[in-house]
Design a protein around this ligand. Sequence first.
Ligand SMILES: [Zn+2]
Length: 316
Amino acid sequence: MFDCRICKATINEDEIFVLEERMYNTKQKFDYGTCSKCGCVQIAKIPDNLGSFYESDSYYSFNMGSSLIKNFIKWVFFRAILILPFRLRVKLIMRLRKNNTALLSVLHFVSENSKILDIGCGDGLLLKLLKAIGFKNLYGMDVFLSDDRCINENHLKISNKGIDAIDEVFDFIMLHHSFEHMTDPNTDLINISNKLNPSGQILIRVPIAPCHVHEVYGTEWVALDAPRHLYTYSVDSLTIMAKNANLEIEKIVYDSEGIQFWGSELYKKDIPLVAALGKNIYKYFTKEELADFESLSRELNEKKCGDSVAVYLRRK
Ligand SMILES: [Zn+2]
């Protein structure tokens, strides 16, 4: 048994189970437990060598770039739209990128001059897109990023330092599927809260339990992602942490996507997620199947039982 690192309740032996590493299918085994008090699913012992589970280049290639021609067309497009007034530009992008959940979760809540920090930004794909749209105060950090992937240019800075290394405050701090990777989320959320302008907003997008696909797929639910996901939060556990950080939850939007189904289906068939990156996904699923997964996800989100949420927080 071990103590829940969120609410301190005891997680007993009968609440502990084994999860295997499945993204690369190394099948390394890790003990996890579900807290019966706050509902948070968490790893029993945080591995000493966590960084080694992120070292592969393919980890970040989930955000794979497009071909040169596509990139050129994008470049021309983003140059062209700069003649539009800012609000109109944002409206146009929201319509054209209506399937980009991460982008939409941000654009609704920020303005042209917002100072935005993306924690766990990876290669900075979202920040680069925001820069192309015309945002000018963009910062990113990802402690697992190698030095050569860091960026220091006009309007956009990306570092591999931790939150403590930044001596500034932000209007909008966002964590897109990175909070579940943090070893000490209670302390981290307090530190994040301290970097927020008093009127600012925090956005945390994370997998959430309980949810429909966890019930259906059990330990093969793709979002459990052992050992990278140290925690799969419940709304209760997020509420406890928010309170400790002098924050309150303003809004929760269920934003799960088709990967909850196709990723879990792959695991059921013993296929690693990395085998289905980019266009390889069509080796395993038809376009119709993938469209069905997206439509099922939208239905689950409406019923508040999709497998991920966008949580918006403000200072109390
Ligand atoms: Zn707990």
